[in-house]
Write a protein of this length. Structure first.
Length: 178
């Protein structure tokens, strides 16, 4: 079983490597090392949380089963109560058939989507651009009013540990793993 720090405040001070007081490294090599280390620490923390959650769930299986069953029973009972409340309203017209129960009248609209879309186009109202589909289309069929320009976007390898020996130099980095 993984250990969980007893004092969260002490642990926070140890984990918060780059808070208000400590600046991030400025070189590619040292910042790459920092990201790799932080990813490792985050993965370890995720594993610790998952293990603790699994342990807790195993220790509390009866409590969790009870919660599930009460939730299912509650959903069925609420559905039945709503049904009976609507039946009582239909029978009496009373919007408050019992204390804590009420009827709200809501308007539901039913319409043919194609007909509604035709109306929207004709009246130039209620139209919204499907940006994702439009941009996909413009990439294969350029339009004169759309300008395509390239811009740099940085990527970071998932596994920085495997590139470490080839890329990082001891003299470049000042990052120390805690």
């Amino acid at each position: 079983m993984n250990t969980i720090p007893q004092n969260a405040r002490e642990d926070k001070a140890r984990i918060s490597l780059y808070g208000e007081t400590q600046a991030l490294p400025e070189t590619l090599a040292s910042l790459t090392a920092a990201v790799a280390s932080l990813r490792r620490q985050k993965t370890k923390a995720d594993e610790d949380v998952a293990a603790a959650r699994e342990d807790w769930e195993q220790q509390n299986v009866l409590l969790l089963e009870r919660q599930k069953l009460y939730g299912e029973d509650l959903a069925r009972a609420e559905q039945r109560l709503r049904h009976l409340t609507i039946e009582e309203y239909a029978r009496t017209g009373n919007k408050h058939p019992a204390p804590g129960l009420g009827i709200q009248l809501v308007t539901r609209l039913e319409y043919d989507v194609k007909e509604a879309f035709g109306w929207a186009i004709q009246h130039v109202l209620c139209l919204q651009l499907d940006k994702k589909a439009f941009e996909k289309l413009v990439k294969v069929a350029p339009l004169p009013f759309v300008e395509a320009r390239e811009e740099a976007q940085a990527t970071i390898a998932e596994d920085l540990e495997n590139i470490r020996p080839a890329y990082w130099k001891e003299e470049d980095g000042e990052y120390n793993e805690h």
